[in-house]
Design a protein around this ligand. Structure first.
Ligand SMILES: [Zn+2]
Ligand SMILES: [Zn+2]
Length: 61
């Protein structure tokens, strides 16, 4: 578990939070990027749990 610094107030928040516990600003949550996979072939977003693209069947990395 890491820490995410609020860009608004500078509070260090646990990175499981999506909003700052001090001021409520949206945090740059690194897990947000992991919730989708972008297909390398068709560039559409797939749920992170997918191993192949929902749309074209290309294997996702
Ligand atoms: Zn804040
Ligand atoms: Zn695709």
């Amino acid at each position: 578990m890491g820490k995410v610094k609020c860009v608004n107030c500078g509070e260090m928040n646990p990175d499981i939070l999506t909003n700052c516990r001090r001021c409520g600003a949206t945090l740059p949550n690194r897990f947000g990027a992991l919730q989708v996979k972008i297909c390398p072939k068709c560039s559409r977003s797939n749920p992170a749990g997918r191993s192949t693209c929902l749309y074209c069947g290309t294997p996702l990395v």
